[in-house]
Design a protein around this ligand. Structure first.
Ligand code: GAR
Length: 187
């Protein structure tokens, strides 16, 4: 059995899709949900699915002994970022080489980087008059939204789209494709 940790800071719709997808999976299990935000929706979802959760502040996130203790306790093989808004510290990259992935709601390298999340990303797509947007799943490195790209899926930007409409379209792609990318990497 491979064990995943999901790191999330917000609503947790991706975390929910991943948890539900792997709930009865023969080879992959979500073993930990970790957040920096005590009011993150993802904590309720973890609780409902009886998944162990951890709240870590920025200070603890950057302490190797704290983080490795939490992750090793659940024998974590892979870390999946799902709307996690903190930078991943170097020691985690070293301990999980090619085993930390992120999803971004745009076609990187466009519209990524620090502070680019949520509706801001979709507003940037509209402001730039892009005709298409989508999702990017990529390995995590020491820079926000910058690691090697594993998968991109596109969606057309319609003339009438608002940031909210784009967000809904993109989230649908995220929920469909993130679980597939995780399965491929753990195979
Ligand atoms: C997702 O759309 C994800 O792509 C984005 O945060 C959202 C979290 O939504 N991540 C980034 O923007 C990373 N730069 P969720 O909490 O509903 O899963």
């Amino acid at each position: 059995m491979k064990h995943i940790a999901i790191f999330a800071s917000g609503n947790g719709t991706n975390a929910k899709a991943i948890i539900e997808h792997f709930a009865n999976h023969p080879e992959i299990r979500v073993a930990l949900v970790l957040t920096n935000n005590p009011s993150a929706g993802v904590l309720k979802i973890a609780h409902e699915h009886k998944i162990i959760s951890a709240i870590v502040n920025k200070n603890s996130l950057n302490k190797e002994e704290v983080m490795m203790k939490v992750l090793n306790a659940q024998k974590i093989d892979m870390i999946v970022l799902a709307g996690f808004l903190q930078l991943i510290p170097a020691f985690l990259l070293q301990n999980f080489p090619k085993k930390i992935i992120n999803i971004h709601p745009a076609l990187l390298p466009k519209h990524g980087g620090k502070g680019m999340y949520g509706l801001k990303v979709h507003q940037a797509v509209l402001a730039n008059k892009d005709t298409e947007t989508g999702i990017t799943i990529h390995y995590v490195n020491e820079v926000y939204d910058d690691g090697e790209i594993l998968l991109q899926k596109k969606v057309v930007v319609d003339p009438n789209d608002t940031a909210e409409l784009l967000s809904a379209k993109v989230q649908q792609l995220e929920h469909e494709w993130y679980v597939k990318a995780i399965e491929d990497l753990l195979r």
